[in-house]
Design a binder for this molecule. Structure first.
Ligand code: ADP
Ligand code: ZN
Length: 730
């Protein structure tokens, strides 16, 4: 709110990076010009912080303007556009997160609030040069067209050293000028290399292009089996948005996917998109943020946090692999980037394309009910066959004791190797073994901070907690009974599968891929490239390898334990398993190789296994949708969770109970719990959960607000986390 009554000083509301419920008021010095969306420096207690000027009312707006502290500085930065401001407030209201904490996500790069420094350049201005040399002639030939050069750029282009350029400069034939900072990426060209689309692809692309041309909000669900050309098709929408001078955001679930994606984008548009993810250096982040708000960057490919970049003219968002759980942030502000992308599109008045081979049930229902436009690609590009998928009944094909690959899978691996084709063995479990125990006394290794077992990581020689990162060296003796060399690993992780594979196929080139890979994203990108190039025979990986990658040589996918995610009490367990198995088996046969997917399971009759093996995904969706409708689960009903945690178990429990008591009475919302969370202790905090279930129309947010307002005061180490539309129930 910007107020300016005749003789009182002007005041504004500013969102500061604090968990406060409203904005704070500041006065505006006479000579300062602030608008809604301006980024300002303001005093906050003893510090100064960056804040965002908003038009929302605030709690201290009645404080006399004279008593307010003044804004210190308005940064030399374009304002955040109005649609971005509305988006920030929407995310805050929807997720019940303080608006300042949401603004903080948009203002994460303080160094970018000041303009990038200009760079020093030279321009030819004529004059006489004594002593011509061959190198000097080359420099002059290049410079004489009057364009601006950097000293090193000119020297490099002329194939000489900077001292030659320096010498010419001293003779006065160059003037020194300031050049704009270099762009992060070149401008993508919509016509750089257009593919020839197949008929069905063309039809789909036309629908997307029409939406971009329509210049208004609309959601399209682009679905088609793995390898049907979804990326190729949505690139046509990108091209159209580029033609129209718009900015484009492409969200990807996994940064490991970006390299292949950047390369593809570059071959289509002649320049890569700017990247945005946690692996950028601070300097790169700063430059991308700044050039996005200045409109100099036209296309960004990024992780979920890219949604909070300050686009000045956003005209299209694409959410690739829209069903992916990585879009859900469960830290501070709990939000689903897929859903928030849709909201961003509605405020900005532009289309949002959700793309997936296995859409979420939520999106599928939205498409069936006509809220989203369904755009479908019926088959793989060039009619490449999908893999032949079979379930291996582990009750009948048990592997030898202590091993995990069944005889039929082992045989198929051998055949793939003989044909010089690649195999991908999938197990969604990091490390060597999920549980270690002492054979003598039965002692199990548990995390001291969490209620979870320590996972053995044999490559690293450590027992690790996957929830808090706690680790200890693998001991030789049992810490309980002291017996030496009697620890046993229970169950497999990818490292153990690699060990077994190496014993079976000592001559094969084997690669283990999981997030534990030492060497980070760079190493991962190299390994992925090595797979694509056929430098590996057998890849053993976690879900990291399941997603989106294009591995041309893979003709066999083996799933070690297809049942792994089915029994965890998550209402989306069947959907998730279906998606994961479709994705991972979809890595096979992408370039027309005859291919096979073998799925090891103890429940081959389970509807998920049936759907995968028969390839009848529609039947699966129908069943799943009916089930959700019957139990009033999303998207037919709404869910929210409240997670109460504390260093004291009894405090957490008492607080959760009192919160439950404070629930207003409402017919359309019921409160379940509190119950001790399945993951009852994390990082030394005891956890209790309340689950709220409501009808589709229920106002969950107001209900929770009332509950918290009427509930007990937060004391001691208690924390209450609100999770609207929870994805995780542990
Ligand atoms: P999806 O995103 O549905 O998995 P992709 O867009 O990755 O499918 O396409 C699968 C493969 O087929 C990629 O290598 C892609 O380049 C190729 N492809 C798809 N459509 C075409 C086309 N019309 N022309 C050339 N190559 C195509
Ligand atoms: Zn732990």
């Amino acid at each position: 709110m910007i107020k300016n009554e005749s003789d009182t000083p002007k005041t504004v509301s500013v969102l500061v990076p604090m968990p406060a419920e409203t904005a704070y008021s500041y006065s505006v010095p006479d000579d300062m010009n602030v608008k809604v969306g301006s980024i300002v420096r303001v005093p906050l207690g003893p510090r100064e912080v960056a804040g965002l000027v908003t038009n929302e009312a605030n709690s201290d707006s009645k404080v006399a303007a004279k008593k307010l502290r003044p804004i210190s500085e308005v940064f030399d930065c374009p304002q955040l556009p109005a649609d971005m401001m509305r988006f920030i407030h929407f995310v805050s209201d929807y997720t019940l997160s303080p608006p300042g904490m949401v603004a903080r996500m948009a203002l994460r790069v303080p160094a970018a609030f000041d303009p990038e420094p200009a760079i020093a350049g030279l321009r030819y201005c004529g004059g006489k040069v004594e002593k011509m040399t061959a190198a000097r002639i080359r420099v002059l030939e290049l410079a004489q067209n009057g364009l601006a050069w950097t000293k090193s750029g000119l020297a490099h282009a002329a194939g000489t050293s900077t001292s030659v350029v320096e010498g010419l400069k001293n003779s006065g034939i160059f003037e020194e000028i300031e050049m704009p900072p270099p762009p992060v990426v070149a401008l993508p060209d919509p016509d750089y290399s257009s593919p020839t689309l197949e008929k069905a692809q063309k039809l789909a692309a036309d629908k997307l292009i029409e939406a971009v041309d329509g210049d208004c909000f609309k959601v399209l669900l682009l679905d088609g089996v793995t390898g049907s050309g979804k990326t190729e098709v949505y690139f046509e929408a990108v091209a159209q948005a580029l033609e129209k001078g718009k900015q484009i955001l492409i969200l990807l679930p996994e940064i490991a996917l970006t390299q292949q994606f950047l390369d593809r984008f570059e071959s289509r548009f002649g320049a890569p998109p700017a990247e945005w993810h946690s692996d950028l250096t601070p300097k790169q982040r700063e430059r991308v943020w700044r050039q996005v708000i200045e409109g100099r960057i036209r296309a960004v490919a990024g992780a979920r946090s890219a949604l909070f970049l300050p686009f000045e003219n956003l005209g299209l968002i694409i959410v690739d692999e829209e069903h992916d759980t990585a879009y859900k942030q469960e830290d501070r502000v709990f939000y689903n980037a897929r859903d928030m992308a849709v909201a961003r599109g509605s405020f900005g008045g532009f289309p949002v394309i959700l793309s997936s081979a296995t859409p979420s049930v939520e999106s599928k229902v939205n498409a069936l009910q006509g809220r989203y436009q369904a755009v479908h690609l019926p088959s793989r590009f060039r009619k490449a066959a999908l893999p032949d998928l079979r379930a291996i009944d582990m009750r009948k094909n048990a592997p030898p004791s202590g091993r995990f690959l069944s005889p039929p899978l082992e045989l198929a691996m051998r055949e793939a190797l003989d044909r010089k084709e690649q195999a991908l063995i999938f197990l969604n479990r990091r490390g060597y073994a999920p549980l270690t125990l002492c054979r003598v006394c039965g002692h199990r290794f548990q995390c001291p901070n969490c209620s979870s077992w320590l996972v053995e990581h044999r490559f690293r020689g450590q027992l690790m907690c996957h929830h808090c990162g706690y680790h200890e060296p693998i001991p030789e003796a049992c810490p309980e009974c002291g017996t030496l060399d009697h620890l046993v690993a229970c169950g497999p992780g990818v490292e153990r599968i690699a060990e077994e594979t190496l014993k079976l196929f000592p001559e094969a080139r084997i690669l283990v891929l999981s997030t534990d890979l030492i060497g980070g994203v760079k190493r991962l990108r190299l390994e992925l490239e090595a797979i694509s190039k056929g430098e590996v025979d057998i890849v053993i990986g976690t879900q990291l390898v399941a997603k989106g990658h294009h591995f041309p040589g893979i003709s066999l996918v083996g799933v070690v334990d297809a049942d792994l995610g089915l029994s965890n009490g998550d209402p989306r367990a069947a959907e998730r398993t279906f998606q994961l198995l479709s994705q991972v088996t979809g890595r096979a046969g992408r370039t027309g190789l005859k291919s096979l997917g073998l799925i090891q399971t103890y429940q081959p009759e389970h509807p998920v296994m049936q759907a995968i093996v028969s390839g009848d995904s529609e039947a699966f969706y129908k069943r799943e949708i009916d089930e959700r409708a019957r139990h009033n689960l999303p998207p037919f009903g709404r869910l929210a969770a409240l997670i109460v945690s504390s260093e004291s178990r009894s405090d957490a429990e008492a607080h959760a109970r009192a919160l439950r008591q404070a629930a207003p009475s409402a017919n359309e919302i019921s409160v379940l719990g509190p119950a001790e969370a399945p993951l009852a202790l994390v990082r030394g905090r005891y956890r209790f959960r309340l689950l709220l279930q409501g009808s589709r129309r229920a106002d969950m947010q107001s209900f929770i607000r009332a509950m918290i307002a009427r509930g007990p005061k937060i004391r001691g180490t208690i924390r209450v986390q609100v999770d609207i539309d929870p994805q995780s129930f542990i």
